[in-house]
Design a protein around this ligand. Structure first.
Ligand code: ZN
Length: 67
């Protein structure tokens, strides 16, 4: 088993990890509902992709209070 000869300092490890970050999401407007969606993905709001409905969206209905 290889072993590191010397321990690296906290600073050294942290400096290396300064490049270790999330990239900003690339959002495009859905041509169907105009809501932001991820490119090359089915729209989560209307379920459309490439001009047709691909998945059915279950709409949560709010519970109506008894009047
Ligand atoms: Zn949509």
């Amino acid at each position: 088993m290889p072993l590191p000869k010397r321990r690296h300092s906290k600073t050294r490890g942290r400096k290396r990890r300064t490049h270790w970050k999330l990239e900003k999401l690339n959002l495009a407007a859905c041509p169907q509902c105009k809501q932001p969606k991820l490119p090359h993905k089915v729209c989560a709001i209307c379920g459309y992709y490439n001009g047709r409905q691909v998945i059915e969206i279950k709409v949560k209905e709010k519970k109506k209070k008894a009047q």
